[in-house]
Write a protein that binds this ligand. Structure first.
Ligand SMILES: CC(C)(COP(=O)(O)OP(=O)(O)OC[C@H]1O[C@@H](n2cnc3c(N)ncnc32)[C@H](O)[C@@H]1OP(=O)(O)O)[C@@H](O)C(=O)NCCC(=O)NCCS
Length: 168
């Protein structure tokens, strides 16, 4: 399939299933700077967290994936774990579309806040969540969640907590 055909084909969004776990693992591996998880972890995302996660499919290929969950002690807060869009599907608004798809689900009926973590230098990710806050007409606040020295033993960039909301 050439690029023109790929652009013309619709990208379908749906809740993921166990059968997507291996493809999600491959997609995450192709999307640095995302950390790869174990395939078992991706399988749990695709099953236990399916209602708050999304797979984007183009001609039977998973080209985008978001894992998310409702925070166990905060039922009004959707936590977005990872956002991945394969290179050939980038720049078409797919990540934003996937986030709004999750938010529109019944699983998110009580959601008033969206949280995620972003490393300070991930410009694309900051742009994605700033754009979401703007579209939702909601405030965006940030603070340190996991510190490079204190939590990552110096082995990973600091992860900033980004909190969007309240959503009207
Ligand atoms: C970040 C990522 C998910 C964006 O996917 P995408 O489908 O291309 O994003 P969208 O087209 O929905 O863009 C959303 C917004 O971010 C902006 N944006 C996207 N990529 C950008 C980049 N590289 N630099 C600056 N802004 C960018 C877009 O302009 C858009 O802003 P707008 O709504 O104001 O026009 C994708 O680049 C990716 O998978 N990167 C690698 C993994 C990663 O870093 N994930 C995020 C961490 S959780």
């Amino acid at each position: 399939m050439n690029l023109a055909q790929a652009e013309a084909a619709p990208i379908n969004l749906r809740a993921p299933a166990a059968e997507d776990g291996a493809a999600v693992y491959e997609l995450i591996a192709q999307c640095p700077p995302l950390d790869t998880n174990s395939m078992y972890c991706n399988l749990l995302q695709c099953t236990h967290f399916s209602a708050t996660s999304v797979a984007a499919e183009l001609n039977d290929e998973i080209v985008g994936f978001i894992s998310g969950y409702i925070q166990p002690d905060q039922p009004d807060t959707l936590f977005i774990w990872q956002v991945a869009v394969g290179e050939k599907a980038r720049g078409q608004g797919l990540a934003g579309r996937m986030l709004r798809d999750i938010l529109a689900r019944t699983a998110c009926d009580e959601v008033k806040f969206i949280e995620t973590t972003i490393t300070p230098d991930n410009r694309a990710s900051w742009a994605l969540f700033e754009s979401l806050a703007k579209k939702l007409d909601a405030e965006l606040n940030h603070s340190v969640m996991f510190d490079r020295q204190q939590h990552f033993a110096g082995q990973h960039e600091t992860e900033m907590l980004v909190r969007i909301g309240p959503i009207k």
